[in-house]
Design a protein. Sequence first.
Length: 201
Amino acid sequence: MEHESRETDATGGRRRGPGRPRREDVDARREEILAAAVRLFAERGFTGTTIEAVALAVGATKRTVYRHFTDKTGLFFAAVERLHVHERPVVHDGADLEELATRMVHILHGDDAVTLHRLVVAESRQLPRLAATFYERGPARSIEVLAASLGPDHGSAEPLYTLLLGEAHRRRLLGLTPAPTRDEARAHARHALRLVLGPRV
C-alpha cells in the first residue's frame, strides 16, 4: 500500500499498518499535483497539458490524478481556487481590510496566479467557457469578498479590486517585473485602499 495508518500493537504502543491515508498525506499529495500542473500549464498551455503528463511529473498514476480532480478542467480550476482559498470577508476596519488586500496583491501578482491568468487570456477565444468560469471563480469571487468586507462602502469593491491589480499586474502579465515581496504588496494595498476609501483606513 502507498499509505499506512496507525494501529495499536500487542504492547499498547502504536505501529504503522495498512489502511486509509492520513488527511495530511492526501493534502500534501494534492498540493504536489497542483504545483506540477501549474508548471505544465505554463510550459504547454491548457490544450497541450495532459493528465498523463501531470501524473508522470509527480510519479503518480493517472487514476490518482483523476480521483483528486475528475479531469483536466477540474485540475485547472482547483489551481485557480487554491489562489483564493484565503479570501474571507473581514470586519470593516483598517487593519483587517489592509491584511485582506495585502494577501490579494501578494497572491494575485504571484507567479502561479500570473501563469493561470496568461493561460486563460491565450485560450479564451477557443475556450470561452474556460474564461467565463475563471472569471466567476477568480476575480468575481474576490470582488464579492471585498464587497462583503466593505459594509456600507460595498459599492467600492470593484474599483478597489481594479486598483489592487492595476498597472502593476499588467506589467506582471507582460513579464516586465518580478512578483512583489510581502512588503511591496502591503504598500500597494495601502495605496489602493486610501485612493478608494480615503484617509480613514
